[in-house]
Design a protein around this ligand. Structure first.
Ligand code: SAH
Ligand code: SF4
Ligand code: F3S
Length: 431
């Protein structure tokens, strides 16, 4: 049996794509391997959101080529995903030993190419096609991710995603619900809907994300529902109301503000001000004061002053932001910012601002976690580590470790009395 190896970089959407490709190869007589040197086919599913991410792919490719030369000259190498789309044929100029190059909306073509084309580069936009002929993920995971919307029609000036993932499209409601049923019958108890602008999901019959959530909540075995990533101005009242009316919707929302200064937000072409953003948060908290918000944040965007940066720090404290990600601005090809603005915050300031922001986010998280000591939190158990150790997640995405002599907790929501906490982990016992 021929063997394949897939390595995935970047966002959850890439993980989802890789899982589907994995499932499909498995139904076509391929066997997975976790050792590159034994593989007949090596696939890198790549991310190009920051320059470092793109460069990482080429250093990996160099290593793979060494293994190919040493162990298996017949090894096929495929680069799929956002770097493939960003660079197209250039991937093969820089790494001529790469056989296949497919973008995020064309990687399904790899399956046919393996049978009849020795090398191929096609980074076209085939939209829903990749969902059609592919096996559904055979995930056994307690928490199952399902891509429902892809691409992006916003033009945030720093972002390459609208170029790599292309124009926005949504999958059909019935197909998504079929997939929900399938993953639930495989053991999923939490459904996480994925999209670049997931809250803007709308299928051809007008079904929206709230419709999907309500239909999913009716499935008895589903205990938790989440969705990522939301664009602030697409958060409808209908979605906000679900934080109050639907207990299966977790009180946790990823709503990236990106920057706290109105001048920077404008330059980023985000369609809201900080005041608009805070007003959305207030509205959510009115419906359910327990909702916790996470954000993605960029520091050192073109023209960002120390004062602008202080506005980001202030927003992080004010909301406050938990389980958040922060990055230094990295100019990307195919973006308006790269064409029109100067990347003029010096690297030292960028690094220093990132450190200050990350220290703050860290402190906020630590305080939040420590405030849980002595409390009882509901934990969905998603890992059985053996020897009575389980891992799971709180409603707020905190990692929780528990020791118990009980068995069979995988997929259960249990009450855990928290005994100890660090910035990354809560520790407790069954209440
Ligand atoms: N669709 C999502 C995010 C996609 S990219 C959204 O709109 O929020 C993931 C994160 O990478 C972004 O939220 C942003 O914070 C970061 N990012 C995107 N482009 C970047 C760049 N050029 N430099 C640094 N970070 C960037
Ligand atoms: Fe990128 Fe903005 Fe689209 Fe998110 S909304 S994918 S940050 S362009
Ligand atoms: Fe990266 Fe593409 Fe996702 S650029 S963040 S893999 S959409």
């Amino acid at each position: 049996m021929k063997k394949f190896f897939i390595q995935t970089f970047g966002c959850q959407m890439n993980v989802y794509d890789s899982d589907r490709l994995h499932a499909t190869l498995a139904t076509r007589g391929w066997a997975p391997t976790d050792k590159i040197e034994t593989a007949d086919l090596v696939i890198l599913n790549t991310c190009s959101v920051r320059e470092k991410a793109t460069e990482k792919v080429f250093s990996h490719l160099g290593k793979i080529n060494k293994l190919k030369k040493k162990y298996n000259l017949e090894m096929k190498i495929a680069v799929i995903g956002c770097v493939a789309k960003e660079l197209g044929k250039v991937v093969r100029h820089r790494a001529p030993y790469v056989d296949y190059v497919f973008g995020p909306q064309s990687w399904h073509l790899l399956l046919g190419a393996l049978e009849n084309t020795p090398t191929l580069c096609d980074t076209g936009n085939y939209r829903l096609d990749k969902f059609k002929d592919l096996a559904t993920v055979k995930t056994q995971a307690v928490s199952a991710f399902i891509s429902i919307q892809e691409g992006c029609d916003n033009v945030c000036t720093y972002c390459i995603v609208p170029f790599t993932r292309e124009r926005e499209f949504s999958r059909d409601f019935d197909t998504v619900m079929k997939e929900v049923d399938q993953v639930v019958s495989n053991g999923a108890r939490e459904i996480v809907f994925l999209g670049q602008n997931v809250n803007n999901y709308k299928d051809e019959n007008g079904k929206n994300l709230a419709d999907l959530i309500r239909a999913t909540a009716k499935i008895e075995l589903v205990k938790r529902i989440r969705y990522v990533t939301s664009y602030p101005t697409y958060l409808t009242d209908e979605l906000i109301d679900l934080f109050g009316s639907e207990p299966k919707v977790m009180p946790f929302l990823n709503l990236p503000i990106q920057a706290g200064s109105n001048a920077v937000l404008k330059k980023m072409n985000r369609h809201y001000t900080r005041e608009d953003y805070f007003a959305i948060i207030d509205k959510i908290k009115k419906v359910n004061p327990n909702v916790v918000v996470s954000s993605d944040l960029i520091v050192g965007f073109c023209g960002e002053t120390e004062e602008d940066f202080q506005d980001t720090m202030d927003a992080a404290k004010r909301v406050p932001f938990l389980v958040s990600y922060s990055f230094k601005y990295s100019p990307r090809p195919h973006t308006p910012a790269q064409k029109a603005f100067k990347d003029d915050v010096n690297p030292k300031d960028k690094a220093e601002r990132l450190k200050r922001l990350q220290d703050l986010l860290h402190r906020i998280q630590k305080d939040f976690n420590q405030a849980c000591i002595g409390k009882t939190v509901e934990v969905l158990i998603d890992q059985d580590k053996g020897a009575g150790v389980f891992r799971g997640r709180s409603p707020y995405m905190q990692n929780v470790k528990i020791d118990t002599d009980k068995e069979g907790l995988l997929g259960e929501v249990v009450s855990v009395k928290i005994k100890d906490a660090s910035s990354f982990l809560l520790y407790g016992e069954l209440a």
